[in-house]
Ligand binder design. Structure first.
Ligand code: IMP
Ligand code: MG
Length: 178
């Protein structure tokens, strides 16, 4: 499918699954060799990272643990409406190496929330792996250690990423057709 429509928007094919897979294979090798002496906890961020996490982790050659986290909006009285609480950390990660698995890092605000909260659990080190990275949009100062692909500052869907909840199941990546 070269062109698709989701709700009111049209998208065109941008990056095919086989190209994504090729990058993931390289990434998995790098991560496996970098972290071979560490006790690693992979933490996939839901919902978007489910597809990347699955494709990456089955190629990771490490004795490791895997869990998934979600960012939830604070309920009730918080005045800053966009502060998100990280939920799902049940394991004791103190002293272990954590690798955050994200679908995309855009401005980096989400990543900042995640890292800040994870630090409270006193891991040995926090590494970041993202499938897609928008360098032109990134405003953060957290180092993004492992990047699958750098992409321009355009809106994309597919491969876990959504437009208003739709499009996550698409195996290829699509870009907004302007
Ligand atoms: P950030 O906080 O600006 O880095 O944005 C991160 C979050 O925004 C991601 O986890 C995605 O959920 C969403 N996002 C950013 N860019 C895109 C995009 O191009 N398509 C779909 N979702 C996106
Ligand atoms: Mg996300």
């Amino acid at each position: 499918m070269e062109k698709i429509k989701l709700l009111d928007k049209r998208f065109k094919l941008f990056i095919r699954e086989d190209e994504i897979t090729k990058q993931i294979e390289e990434l998995a090798q790098t991560i496996s060799s970098d972290l071979k002496n560490e006790s690693v906890f992979f933490m996939g961020i839901l919902n978007g990272a489910f597809m990347f996490a699955s494709d990456l982790l089955k190629r990771i050659d490490l004795e490791c643990r895997i869990t998934f986290l979600k960012l939830a909006s604070y309920e009730g009285t918080s005045s800053t409406g966009n502060v998100k609480r990280l939920i799902g950390i049940n394991e004791d990660i103190k002293g272990h190496t954590v690798v955050i698995i994200e679908d995309i890092v855009d401005t980096g605000i989400t990543l900042e929330h995640i890292v800040k909260q994870l630090k409270g659990y006193e891991p040995k080190e926090i590494k970041v792996a993202t499938m897609f990275f928008k360098p032109d949009a990134y405003k953060g100062d957290i180092k993004v250690d492992y990047v699958g692909m750098e992409i321009p500052n355009d809106f994309i869907v597919g491969y876990g990423l959504d437009y208003d909840g739709y499009g996550r199941n698409l195996k290829d990546l699509y870009v907004l057709d302007k």
